[in-house]
Design a protein around this ligand. Structure first.
Ligand SMILES: [Zn+2]
Length: 245
């Protein structure tokens, strides 16, 4: 039986009950990517008390990551990001079970990785991976919390297949994805990451209103948020993926 003392401030006056906290402690979330967004998402999930976090990333920590990827310590340069992130979580909150896989997911290897998890948080830094993940969650009816950040800009939305539009409904997939370097500033990327973790909190507990069919866009240059409504596009190829088989 886990002591709830460290979570008391989660539910004392925030419309979140002790039963909700137990839901958090019994929940399982996958974080796809332990870079900039992944750092902030994992740290916030660990603070909230999300009981099981699975971290997927194929990279190692490099010195140039440390301007924004704040879960990784200087001493972990050269180590796998998944190990470095797990170390942080275990030191911060030993209640949390961490699973990890040092792997770059693709169409052939993802199936076993997502088994047993219903909530997937997109912390990838490439649109190629983001569009692939969007198709995976539609195919397997998982909830996707999308986030993206570049420079001073970022965005967040939550996608529930059959209920909301998807990433391709919001942003048509280009024939060829030009990958820029998706580096970002720490305050921006961690703002978006905190909002993604907040979406997970809402989905798991039912508190508040998640960003369904709403894309929240952040402009760090003016510190302004904009809410863009979207809907399922009847012509979206990704949304129709299950009809193809
Ligand atoms: Zn769609």
């Amino acid at each position: 039986m886990i002591q709830l003392t460290r979570y008391k401030k989660n539910f004392e006056q925030n419309g979140i009950t002790q039963a909700d906290q137990e839901k958090l402690l019994n929940s399982r979330v996958i974080v796809m990517g332990a870079g900039g967004l992944g750092s902030g998402v994992i740290m916030n999930l660990a603070a909230l008390g999300v009981g099981q976090i699975k971290i997927i990333d194929g990279d190692i920590v490099e010195e140039s990551n440390l301007n924004r990827q704040i879960i990784h310590k200087y001493k972990n340069i050269g180590r796998a990001k998944v190990i470095s992130a797990k170390d942080w979580v275990q030191e911060f909150n030993p209640d949390i079970r961490v699973e990890l896989d040092k792997i770059k997911i693709n169409e052939l290897n993802y199936f076993n990785i997502i088994q047993g998890y219903d909530i997937i948080i997109d912390c990838f830094d490439s649109y190629e991976s983001k569009y692939m993940l969007n198709e995976i969650i539609i195919r397997h009816k998982k909830i996707l919390i999308h986030g993206a950040a570049q420079g001073f800009y970022g965005q967040v939305t939550t996608i529930i297949p059959d209920k909301t539009g998807c990433l391709e409904c919001v942003m048509q997939k280009p024939k060829q994805i030009k990958e820029a370097m998706y580096a970002s500033l720490s305050p921006v990327v961690n703002t978006i990451a905190a909002l993604q973790a907040q979406e997970a909190l809402k989905i798991i507990t039912g508190a508040g209103t998640p960003l369904l069919n709403k894309l929240l866009v952040f402009d760090g240059t003016t510190s302004e948020f904009k809410m863009l409504n979207y809907a399922k596009n009847p012509a979206c190829p990704a949304c129709q993926i299950n009809n193809k088989y």
